[in-house]
Design a protein around this ligand. Structure first.
Ligand SMILES: [Zn+2]
Length: 159
């Protein structure tokens, strides 16, 4: 059975940092046309306690359930999208790829919620295409678009 050694923990924590950095850079690129401010980057928490089974992401940042991500044999998505070729689940022996996919999933929640709230603060945004995209629904249209961008740029070439 795979064991989580200190060196795995160090490598995973480092991979989280670099992956979040690179993915946020992608989301902030002007040609991706997402209304995120130049320094946008959510808070990130890596929880190594086995009690934390579920990762989540939102306006306050992302929390990663490191043990379950690393020990799970495959990357499984929500049933409604699990078969999707871009944002669906996949099989891999490599925990690094699963970790990147979870980060993409949760960052998409964080970015989507930011944009949803920003639409309230900034009425001009409602007149852009983002005004018509649903960023409220947890795994809705806005989330899927952001997640697909991250998956196709940073994850899917490894699966
Ligand atoms: Zn989710």
């Amino acid at each position: 059975m795979f064991e989580i050694t200190d060196s795995v923990v160090d490598e995973a924590n480092e991979l989280v940092k670099t992956t979040v950095h690179e993915m946020c850079k992608t989301l902030r690129k002007p040609y991706n046309d997402l209304p995120l401010p130049s320094g946008w980057k959510p808070k990130v928490k890596c929880v190594w306690s086995g009690k934390q089974k579920i990762s989540y992401g939102g306006i306050n940042g992302i929390t990663l359930a490191m043990k379950s991500i690393i020990m799970q044999p495959n990357f499984v998505e929500y049933a409604s999208i699990d078969k999707d070729p871009t944002i669906g689940g996949f099989e891999t022996q490599d925990w690094r790829i699963r970790l990147k996919a979870v980060i993409a999933h949760e960052l998409a929640h964080a970015a989507g919620q930011y944009i949803w709230i920003e639409k309230d603060r900034n009425p001009a945004l409602l007149r852009t295409r983002h005004g018509r995209i649903d960023y409220v629904k947890a795994h809705g249209d806005g989330w899927r678009r952001i997640y697909a961008l991250l998956r196709s740029t940073h994850v899917n070439q490894y699966i």
